[in-house]
Design a protein around this ligand. Structure first.
Ligand SMILES: C[S@@+](CC[C@H](N)C(=O)[O-])C[C@H]1O[C@@H](n2cnc3c(N)ncnc32)[C@H](O)[C@@H]1O
Length: 298
């Protein structure tokens, strides 16, 4: 504990210099990115000359340095969102824009017990581990054994191997063994098949989140949630991320963007007996929020 100002005390964590084995993101002036793993004696070749790893080892995050041909690069520790976009992938991943809202809408908190399926390349798992912290637990079901080692390599590659992660080679459609889970996060092709298992596995008040690329999957999942009568506060949404370019007079959205990743559905596990079946939305509900003209074009 350090006295940072008279009468003010804080725990200070010093910024750690780059060390062998660390992941480092190299950025050039044009914003091109390259993720490297530091190795004593290593050399990274760019299309504008090379850089010796030894020039980074022991130096600080945010270092600006020149390649053998004089081009300027900045070396920073990757954010989690940088890392997942650069790491090797065997599967589609949950993109950072969706990861953010999953963590907040599913309210994944420090100490939570979370079950996820499937592991894929480990993008969402990394974020869940960070959100639950060392006092929480993340268990992941993955049906395809051959995906597990590469995904674990991705997860370990971001930092210390987490001790609170358990990956199980299991098909989640066959059931969930864990009980009293706080959160269930699904990125599998037929999530509606997991709804009956979710009823058994989630604690009351627990939250299920579903990541589905197709709206047909969303419709089937929401129908299963409604029919189970054990879930409420069901919400489906999608997240748009549109970066802007600010360059002199050229101030406008970037010309290319990822227009679609997936839809997200969230539902809250409620006491079954307390939940009457959800009413089918009436025509009036369907038109709520539309102007009179839009609702009744006649
Ligand atoms: C799109 S990937 C998941 C990507 C992951 N969320 C990420 O961010 O890297 C879907 C994964 O679910 C796995 N999977 C599909 N059906 C499954 C099931 N019934 N039980 C468990 N895993 C399943 C697939 O093998 C695949 O690895």
């Amino acid at each position: 504990l350090a006295e940072v100002a008279p009468g003010c005390y804080a725990l200070r964590v010093a910024a750690r210099p780059f060390a062998e084995g660390d992941s480092v993101l190299l950025l050039d002036r044009a914003g091109n990115r390259r993720l490297i793993r530091l190795r004593a004696g290593g050399r990274v070749h760019t299309h504008k000359g090379y850089l010796e790893h030894d020039r980074l080892i022991g130096d600080a995050d945010g270092l600006v340095l020149r390649t053998s041909t004089g081009s300027v690069y900045t070396a920073v520790r990757p954010r989690l969102s940088d890392y997942v976009l650069e790491m090797p992938r065997n599967t589609a991943i949950v993109y950072p824009k969706d990861v953010g809202i999953i963590l907040v809408w599913a309210d994944v908190y420090p100490g939570a017990r979370v079950l996820e399926a499937g592991l894929g390349s480990g993008s969402l798992t990394l974020a869940l581990l960070r959100a639950v912290g060392p006092s929480g637990e993340v268990t992941v079901y993955e049906a395809r054994g051959e995906f597990i080692a590469p995904a674990l390599a991705n997860i370990n590659g971001f930092g210390e191997a987490p001790g609170n992660l358990l990956v199980r080679e299991r098909d989640i459609y066959d059931g969930i063994e864990e009980r009293e889970l706080d959160r269930l996060i699904l990125d599998v092709p037929e999530p509606w098949r997991v709804v009956p298992h979710a009823v058994e596995a989630l604690r009351l008040g627990g939250i299920a989140a579903f990541y589905s690329p197709s709206i047909i999957q969303v419709q089937q999942t929401v129908q299963a949630l409604q029919e189970s009568s054990a879930f409420g506060y069901v919400e489906s949404l999608e997240v748009f991320y549109r970066p802007w370019q600010i360059k002199g007079q050229a101030v406008r959205p970037v010309q290319q963007m990822v227009s679609h990743t997936a839809f997200l559905t969230f539902a809250r596990r409620l006491a079954t007996s307390a939940m009457p079946p959800l009413p089918v939305p009436s025509e009036e509900d369907t038109n709520a929020g539309l102007s009179d003209e839009a609702a009744d074009p006649s």
